[in-house]
Ligand binder design. Structure first.
Ligand code: AKB
Length: 324
């Protein structure tokens, strides 16, 4: 391999963020330098776009073997069970989020990898955390299985930095909004589904109450944050695995109102389910000043810009017959 070139492995590459992250990494590093992996076989687009391997992160030996086989030196560990699915399948969430993360970090330590990205989430916070402008350093007492696995992941990442000198980085993603691959099993998923139903049917039934306000981010900003954090100068980082990250915050009814500016007849009704209690335990807004200071984080998309871009993309998909 040419000096300065990295071999990158992405776990959870068929997921909402993984799919687009693989594409962004390949644009930067070259098609063959990025090995996409997931526990499931990918759709045809990902399968033909570059190297792909089936990998179950809960199998420690398989993770280590994949790192060896593909001569990997950077891992983006995107495989995770999200908040709503984690409440329905707590054992699976523990296996994938705790043991999977431990397996990736152990492989990285044993093989001497240069850098690992382990994302966290606003789910690390809980009802005792201040909900407005949630600080970087604050109470971490989540009430969901997903949240507690993400707290453990942050602590584990920082432990590997301190104890083993492994360069582990991560940020607390808010809800991510995108149109390429649908999210699965999250509490913030409504903010994606609403766009597809608005364009397809002109109406949407929301599983959160209208006034529920949560921190959110559009996918281009999510990719920018991920890649910028991984490219940041290590010497400037005081934090490692737990950066607060923010772009926009809105309630379900504010998002619906913004969509109505483009689709005036759009109707939303609200039938809160078990995910309401999860959303109610999370922050409304986040203070991300540490990310801004330590690696220059700054989002590009606010609610209006995101809504216009999402609707354009979803409408183009519908005209091309490609709506999921
Ligand atoms: C979820 O809703 O579970 C995720 C998250 C905020 O981490 N999107």
């Amino acid at each position: 391999m040419a000096p300065g070139k990295h071999r990158i492995l992405v776990t959870g590459a068929c997921g909402q963020i993984g799919t687009e992250l693989v594409r962004a990494l390949r644009q930067r590093a070259g098609r063959d330098s990025v090995v996409a992996t997931d526990v499931v076989e990918p759709g045809p687009a990902l399968k033909t776009a570059g190297p792909f391997a089936v990998l179950d992160v809960t199998r420690r030996a398989d993770v280590a073997a994949a790192v060896d086989r593909h001569e990997i030196d950077i891992v983006y560990h995107m495989a995770a069970i999200l908040s709503a699915k984690g409440e329905q399948h707590p054992g699976l969430a523990w296996e994938v989020n705790i043991n999977g993360t431990f397996n990736v970090l152990e492989a990285a330590r044993e093989k001497g990898l240069t850098r690992v990205f382990c994302p966290s989430s606003i789910a690390v916070f809980g009802p005792e955390t201040p909900r407005e402008d949630t600080p970087q350093e604050t109470v971490l007492r989540p009430k969901t299985m997903y949240g507690l696995t993400k707290v453990a992941g942050e602590l584990l990442g920082d432990y590997y930095v301190r104890r083993h000198g492994l360069d582990v980085r991560g940020c607390r993603y808010p809800g991510i909004i995108s149109h390429e691959t649908l999210p699965g099993g999250g509490t913030t998923d409504y903010a994606v589904a609403i766009f597809f139903d608005a364009v397809r049917n002109g109406r949407y039934t929301c599983f959160l109450a209208p006034e529920t306000r949560l921190p959110m981010m559009y996918m281009p900003d999510c990719l920018k944050a991920t890649l910028d954090l991984m490219a940041a100068d290590l010497g400037r980082l005081k934090h490692h695995s737990d950066f607060n990250l923010a772009a926009m915050s809105f309630s379900a009814e504010e998002l619906a109102a913004d969509i109505k500016k483009h689709i005036p007849g759009f109707i939303v009704d609200y039938k809160p389910d078990f995910r309401q209690a999860i959303a109610d335990s999370w922050p409304k807004t986040i203070d991300d000043s540490a990310a801004r200071e330590e690696w220059g984080w700054k989002p590009d998309f606010d609610l209006a810009a995101m809504t216009a871009d999402m609707l354009g993309a979803v409408k183009r998909k519908m005209s091309a017959g490609g709506l999921p």
